[in-house]
Each structure stands twice: as structure tokens, then as C-alpha cells.
Design a protein around this ligand. Structure first.
Ligand code: NAD
Ligand code: UDP
Length: 315
């Protein structure tokens, strides 16, 4: 049994990670300031004596004795991370410094939840880990993209300078139950719109692409990354290579829900990447990992979750 700290543990991905780690027999501590996460996401874990929650902001130093740290604390949807961009940069950068300082002191392993956003609007397709990216450093997405890029820099520097045992995952678009229905991300937006019979808001022409990964696949990939030996640090892409246009996603969701919603077109947000698809050769080779959940199957589970949520809210 290991003692594991998950920052951002009350968020969408963090709550699934805490659940999985507890299921695997570990002691888990969730650290969260509840900016975008909620206690409701982890309520079902509260009775477990091996689960603990701590309200704390990663921009402030924190001390605890653990074997492993998963650093997920950071708002992830464009609406949330653009709400207070200075705070978003602080969370990524000061959060990384505080958690790396902790890992250095207690000699734990530490994994960074980095992102495909480090590739920006990519000119290389699919994206391999050796691609340096195409990011606008002063655009509206830069607080998130550049914050995550500096966090990767800090991880590498703490590793080379102080021998900290790091791992870096570059996570591609992930969806599933417990996404925040109001965070504006495309999968939750389209599902909620379809279930309510509202218009489905496709930004631009809908010809931009994303590759959607179901959350269970991501959690398995993160844990496999953490379990690698000290000679493997990444960065390693964790995503599902099946690529779809946003219009195809809208049509799939209409089809599965049987909704009468109509597709409407709205302006494309600034700096919205046109294409995104992970090359996962490195993950296959070093982690023996690849995603197994097809988009249709993951969408069915996610639609079921939102359907139940909307019904319970309307009672
Ligand atoms: P989320 O917003 O649901 O979760 C983030 C969690 O971090 C929330 O619980 C939030 O309250 C917490 N948090 C934010 N700022 C904090 C701070 N200063 N101190 C302490 N806690 C703080 O987002 P998510 O989708 O679960 O993403 C989790 C991580 O994975 C993020 O680091 C994100 O950048 C990364 N990621 C996610 C995706 C995706 O598609 N979901 C893709 C790439 C990377
Ligand atoms: N998008 C859309 N309609 C929506 C929400 C998002 O067409 O209601 C588009 C958005 O412009 C982007 C893609 O869907 O091209 C993915 O957006 P999301 O915010 O989920 O993630 P990210 O842009 O960070 O990959």
C-alpha cells in the first residue's frame, strides 16, 4: 500500500484517479481549493477510511509525507482558465514549484498532468513528443498553455538539478462522467444541449478536429506512467488517436441521444487549434498502454451520467 497525494483530487479527472487508486488498495489524500472541483465529485469516497481530503491552494507551500504525488491542480476548460488568467499561471507555475519542492524534500515520485495544449495550434500532425509546439505566447489561451509549458520546464529542471523522480503526461482531450456541465467544454456542452433539446453550438465550421479519450483510459495511462522505473520520465502523450471533426461529434451525440436539437454555428474562439491527434507510439512502447474505449461507448456512459444529473436537478 502506498500513500498518494492527488492535487486537484476533487476535479473531473482527479476524482476518477482517487477512486481508482483507492480501489487498487492505496491510501489517498485529495488536495483541492474547489475552484472548479466539488466535494460532490468525491462524496462517494468519503466513507473510505483510507481517503482524506484537504482544502488547500497549491500556490501556497504544503508539507506532507507521501510516496507519490499526482499534480493535477489547475482549471482545464477555456472558460475556467480564462476567468482569472493570472491565477491560472500562478497555479501552474507556483503549484509546480511547491509540489516539486515537496517531492525533493520527501524524495517521492511526482507526476505532472501536462497537456496537448503545449503543442498549441500544431503544424505537425499527429503530434509526437519531440514536437516543440506552436503557441501564441500572448493570446487568450496562453495563461494555460504557457503555464503548463513552464511547469514542464520546472519538472525537467528539478529532475536534472536535484534528481527529483519526475514523470510528465501530455494529456489529450478527455471526457466522461463528472465533467462540470457548465465548464463549456465541447463534449459536456453538446450532451447537455442535446438532452435539453437546445441548439447544439458548433464554433466555426466544425471542421476543426479533436481526439477524444474516455477518462478510464486516461487514469490507467497515468498510473502506468507513475509505475515506470526512474529511467523513464516522459513527456509521454496520453490520448486516443481516433480523430473526429467537431461536426462529427455533434452528429454522433444527436444520433445517440435521439435528440431533436438543431446544429447552429457560432464564431470560432481566438487561437482555437484546428487539429489535434496524439501519436501514442511512445506510450505503447514504454507503458504497454493504449486506450480501449471507443468514442460511441464512452459517449453512451457520459450521456447516461448527464441524463441522471439533469433529472435529479429538475426534481
Ligand atoms: P478540473 O477543472 O475538473 O479539475 C481541476 C481541479 O484542480 C479542480 O478540482 C480544481 O478545484 C483544482 N484546482 C484548481 N486550481 C487549484 C489551486 N490553485 N489549488 C488547488 N486546487 C486547484 O479539470 P480536469 O479536466 O479534471 O483536469 C485535471 C488536470 O488534467 C488539469 O491539470 C488539466 O490541465 C489536465 N488536463 C486535462 C485534460 C482534459 O481534457 N480533461 C486535458 C489535458 C490536461
Ligand atoms: N466547441 C464547439 N462548441 C462548444 C464548445 C466547444 O464547437 O459548445 C469547439 C471548440 O471551439 C474547440 C473544440 O470544440 O474547437 C474543443 O473545445 P474544448 O473547449 O472542449 O477543448 P479545447 O479547445 O481546449 O481542446
Amino acid at each position: 500500500m502506498k500513500r498518494i497525494l492527488v492535487t486537484g483530487g476533487a476535479g473531473f479527472v482527479g476524482s476518477h484517479l482517487c477512486e481508482r487508486l483507492l480501489h487498487d488498495g492505496h491510501e489517498v489524500i485529495s488536495l483541492d481549493n474547489y475552484f472548479t472541483g466539488t466535494k460532490a465529485n468525491i462524496e462517494h469516497l468519503m466513507d473510505n477510511p483510507y481517503f482524506e481530503i484537504i482544502r488547500h491552494d497549491v500556490t501556497m507551500p504544503f508539507f506532507i509525507e507521501v510516496d507519490e504525488i499526482y499534480n493535477l491542480a489547475c482549471p482545464a476548460s477555456p472558460i475556467h482558465y480564462q476567468y482569472n488568467p493570472i491565477k491560472t499561471v500562478k497555479t501552474s507555475v507556483m503549484g509546480a514549484i511547491n509540489m516539486l519542492g515537496l517531492a525533493k524534500r520527501i524524495k517521492s515520485k511526482i507526476l505532472q498532468a501536462s497537456t496537448s495544449e503545449v503543442y498549441g495550434d500544431p503544424e505537425v500532425h499527429p503530434q509526437t513528443e519531440d514536437y516543440w509546439g506552436h503557441v501564441n505566447p500572448i493570446g487568450i489561451r496562453s495563461c494555460y498553455d504557457e503555464g503548463k509549458r513552464v511547469a514542464e520546464t520546472l519538472f525537467m529542471n528539478y529532475h536534472h538539478q536535484n534528481d527529483v523522480r519526475i514523470k510528465i503526461n501530455r494529456i489529450f482531450n478527455t471526457y466522461g462522467p463528472r465533467m462540470d456541465k457548465n465548464d463549456g467544454r465541447v463534449v459536456s456542452n453538446f450532451i447537455v444541449q442535446a438532452l435539453k433539446g437546445n441548439d447544439i453550438t458548433v464554433y466555426g465550421k466544425g471542421d476543426q478536429t479533436r481526439s477524444f479519450q474516455y477518462v478510464d483510459d486516461l487514469v490507467k495511462g497515468m498510473i502506468k506512467t507513475m509505475e515506470t522505473g526512474d529511467d523513464f520520465i516522459g513527456p509521454v502523450n496520453i490520448g486516443n488517436p481516433s480523430e473526429f471533426t467537431i461536426l462529427e461529434l455533434a452528429e454522433k451525440i444527436i444520433d445517440i441521444t435521439g435528440s431533436k436539437s438543431k446544429i447552429v454555428y457560432e464564431p470560432l474562439p481566438l487561437d482555437d487549434p484546428m487539429q489535434r491527434q496524439p501519436d501514442i507510439s511512445l506510450a505503447k512502447k514504454n507503458l504497454d498502454w493504449e486506450p480501449s474505449v471507443k468514442l460511441e461507448d464512452g459517449l453512451v456512459k457520459t450521456i447516461h451520467y448527464f441524463d441522471e444529473l439533469l433529472k435529479s436537478e429538475s426534481k
